[in-house]
Structures are given as C-alpha cells and as structure tokens.
Design a protein around this ligand. Structure first.
Ligand SMILES: Cc1ncc(C[n+]2csc(CCOP(=O)(O)OP(=O)(O)O)c2C)c(N)n1
Ligand code: SF4
Ligand SMILES: [Mg+2]
Length: 301
C-alpha cells in the first residue's frame, strides 16, 4: 500500500486549549498556517469564530502576538502594524490578517481592496466556512448556491452562486493568490511559506469545514474537504503575478452529489438543483483550465 508522506514542520505554535467545536476546519487551518510562518509573526483577527477560538482575554492559544480588531478592519489593521514594524526596523516580521468569509467577501472587502490596490506587504488568509458562523449561521456572499443557512431556509435556499473572491483579488494585480484546503496540509503549508517569501499583498482562501454550519459529522471534516476538491467544487490552485495559474491538486472527478449528500445544509436539494451545481462546477473547471493555458501562453512570450 502506498503511503502519503507529509512534510509538516513539527513545532506547534498553536497550543492546546482552543475553544473551537470538534472538527472545526478553521482551527486546523490556523495550526498549519503558524507552523508554516514560524515565531516571527503577528496575527490580526477581526470579529469571527476565531475571535472566540483563540481563548478569553488575556489568554491566547497562539504562540505569537494577536491583535483582535473590528469586523471590517483586518486588512487595514494588518497594514498599520506592518508599517509600524518597518519604522521600528522590524520589517522582517510577517503580518498575517486572518478573517472569515463574512469579514472578507462582505464586510471587510473595502479595506481589503484598499490594501490590495496599494500592494501592502501582508498575508491575508480567509478561512472560508461559507457563512457567518459565529453569530448563528447566516448566509454570506461565500455561501454556495442552494445551501441552507438560518437566513436562507430550506424553502428559500441561497439562490445565487458563491462570489469569486480570487478573481476579485486578482483584479488588484497582487503578486500571489491561492486556494487551499485543510485536507492538503503540505500544499497549504508550502503556499504559506511561499507567501512569506513574496513581497507585497498575498491572498489565500482556505476552505474550512464547520460541522454545526454545514450540518456534517465532525469526524468527516477532512473527508468532506477532499470531496470538495475531487468534485471540482473547490479547486486547489495558485496564481503568480496575476497570470500564471497552476493547479496543485488533480481532482478525482467525483459527482458533486457525493459532496452534497454528506452535508445536512444541502439535504433539501432537488435533482434540478444538483444538476445546476454539477453544471456550474464543470463550467468553472473549464474556465480554470483555460486560464492555466492562457497563463502558459503569456509566460512563454
Ligand atoms: C460591524 C459588525 N457587524 C456585525 C458583527 C457581528 N458579528 C461578529 S462575528 C460575525 C460573523 C463572522 O462571520 P465570518 O467572518 O464568516 O467568520 P465565522 O464566524 O464564520 O468564523 C458577525 C456577524 C460585528 N461584530 N461587527
Ligand atoms: S461554529 Fe464552525 S467555524 Fe465556528 S468554531 Fe464551530 S466549527 Fe469552527
Ligand atoms: Mg464564515
């Protein structure tokens, strides 16, 4: 039997004692991110589940300085810290903004856009659990088409598709953007290290299962994350300099139905809904392949 070999740094900066739910993808994502970035890092967290997961003030599970900030200000607070550090001669400290999808796709988008347009030297990670989980599972613009949330009940599920945040970030001409998954820690850690080595704005979107919000079993979080990739619902890729697209994980091409049926938030979907989700996933995958091709053409010239 073949063995999967991971190259994950052993040092744990995130300690035990966090207060996330069992099976929380967001808590695992932080653990990997800090392993990649190391001690010389500062983290900025706006209002989101991670503001709680981190522990009650003055405790923090993260072995690096953390600034808790207002919901809409992750990118600008991280920018301010980075400039302050540079003025103090500590510009080698990595500053990471760490926000949920609500704080990124919706309410923090203005400050994120400003920081991206100025090409601020920060890493911005969106742990994407596809809804406002901390306040009781309200839909965000990252919530996928058809999903149940408390504001998109089963008789009126989300009627619009998930916002394409990577495309929005790339429209700012940032040097690096990537998607990642807690099911592929070696890929995620490599991307975080790469982001650390690049100057300017780096944006990483990591899909982070949330068992209470997705109505899934905690022990299945990694399996579900893998199915998101294999069904092409959430492709894993990176984009260098806005045009060189690289697909990092080859999907096994499973039907989207397999991914949807293990999550209670999709239980009400009709065959018509599922057909549309399959067709959207196929279409988006074809577009991604075209972008990879175009990127190759540009870099060959
Ligand atoms: C300006 C403002 N509006 C609303 C809130 C309430 N609030 C706190 S956390 C949160 C949900 C955050 O959602 P997301 O960013 O997706 O992170 P998650 O909770 O899913 O981890 C909301 C609505 C707030 N703190 N500040
Ligand atoms: S509600 Fe979801 S995102 Fe929040 S701590 Fe629990 S599992 Fe994690
Ligand atoms: Mg969220």
């Amino acid at each position: 039997m073949s063995q999967i070999k991971f190259e994950i740094p052993e040092e744990e900066l995130m300690k035990s004692g966090h207060v996330a739910c069992p099976g929380c993808g967001a808590s695992l994502a932080m653990r990997y991110a800090l392993k990649a970035l190391g001690k010389n890092t500062m983290v900025v967290i706006p209002a989101c589940c991670w503001a709680i997961i981190d522990g009650p003030n003055p405790c923090s599970v993260n072995g690096v300085p953390v600034l808790h900030t207002a919901f809409e200000t992750a990118a600008i607070a991280a920018t301010g810290i980075k400039h302050g550090l540079i003025r103090q001669g500590k510009g080698d400290t990595t500053v990471m903004a760490w926000a949920g999808d609500g704080g990124t796709f919706d309410i923090g988008l203005q400050s994120l856009s400003g920081a991206a347009e100025r090409n601020e030297d920060i890493i911005y990670v969106c742990y994407d659990n596809e809804a406002y989980m901390n306040t009781g599972i309200q839909r965000s613009s990252a919530t996928p088409y058809g999903a149940w949330t408390t504001t998109t009940p089963v008789d009126q599920p989300k009627s619009t598709p998930k916002k394409n945040i990577i495309d929005i970030m790339l429209a700012h001409h940032i040097p690096y953007a990537a998607t990642a998954s807690v099911a592929y820690p070696d890929d995620f850690i490599r991307k975080m290290k790469k982001a650390k080595s690049i100057k300017g704005m780096k944006f990483i979107q990591v899909l982070s299962p949330c068992p209470p919000g997705w109505k899934s079993h905690p022990e299945e979080s990694i399996h579900i994350s893998r199915m998101a990739v294999d069904s092409k619902i959430f492709p894993i890729f990176e984009v260098e300099d806005g045009q060189k697209y690289i697909i990092n994980i080859k999907p096994r091409n499973i039907p989207v139905k397999d991914y949807l049926q293990v999550q209670g938030r999709f239980k009400h979907l009709t065959d018509e809904h599922i057909k549309r989700i399959q067709s959207d996933a196929d279409h988006n995958w074809q577009i991604l392949l075209k972008k990879v091709e175009m990127g190759r053409l540009f870099s060959d010239n």
